[in-house]
Design a binder for this molecule. Structure first.
Ligand code: ADP
Ligand code: ZN
Length: 213
């Protein structure tokens, strides 16, 4: 099964994606995670292409598409969940081609829809585990990652100014993908986050029965 997660920054793609990975044994391809790894090493040939993420701008389609093609073709597990990719129409078209070249296709697209107030609250309070990439809101009060004991940190791009820039990128470049996938022959599952009382596990229980396996 191949699944694409769509949603604004902070919509919960990382968190819900991790639950889907566990249930279906998927290989997760998170372009954001790949780029943050690249930024740890200034000698990486892609470093200059990727450093724009510190300003909330998108990495170029060409670089992202190459990174994803490589990740798909070198993975032994060919059941993928894409988190944070595609983010532009050109990337969506490239993904179709990458999968087709490998005898694969997208089965499910899951859209997480969240109001801007909630997104701001989540992103500005987001703490990320350096080790397992788990995500825990500051209001939970954890000193260390409750899952693995790793250090919790605030991502460079989770600050007010960069968050605004990311919303602009999302609204102009990524939002059109919703229509793209709605007009395509894929199973489209939309989940609207209406209250803060729904835990990730509860949201997962709503989404999972709607997926095409
Ligand atoms: P979020 O969904 O919270 O914005 P991500 O970890 O998915 O976080 O992405 C962090 C940053 O990495 C993005 O703001 C963007 O600059 C860059 N990035 C990630 N995926 C892509 C992509 N598919 N195309 C272009 N840039 C990307
Ligand atoms: Zn952890």
């Amino acid at each position: 099964m191949n699944l694409v997660l769509l949603g604004a920054p902070g919509a919960g793609k990382g968190t819900q994606g991790n639950l889907l990975v566990e249930t279906y044994g998927l290989k997760k391809i998170s372009t954001g995670d790949i780029f943050r790894e690249i930024l740890k090493d200034p000698s990486n040939p892609l470093y200059d292409d990727v450093k724009v993420i510190k300003e909330g701008k998108l990495v170029t389609d060409e670089t992202v598409n190459n990174v994803v093609r490589y990740a798909v073709e070198t993975s032994e597990n060919k059941n993928f969940i894409f988190d944070g990719y595609p983010r532009t129409l050109a990337q969506a078209e490239a993904l179709d081609k990458i999968l087709e070249d490998n005898g694969l296709k997208i089965d499910n697209v899951v859209e997480l829809s969240v109001t801007k107030d909630v997104l701001m609250y989540r992103l500005l309070g987001r703490r990320t585990c350096r080790n397992c990439k788990g995500i825990f809101h500051i209001s939970l009060g954890y000193e260390k990652c409750p899952d693995c004991g790793g250090e919790l940190y605030t991502r460079d791009d989770d600050n007010e100014q960069t968050v605004e820039a990311r919303f602009v990128e999302y609204n102009t470049k990524t939002f059109p993908l919703i229509e793209y996938y709605n007009n395509k022959d894929v199973n489209y599952v939309k989940y609207v986050v209406e209250s803060n009382d729904m835990t990730p596990a509860m949201i997962n229980n709503v989404i999972e029965p709607k997926l095409v396996k």
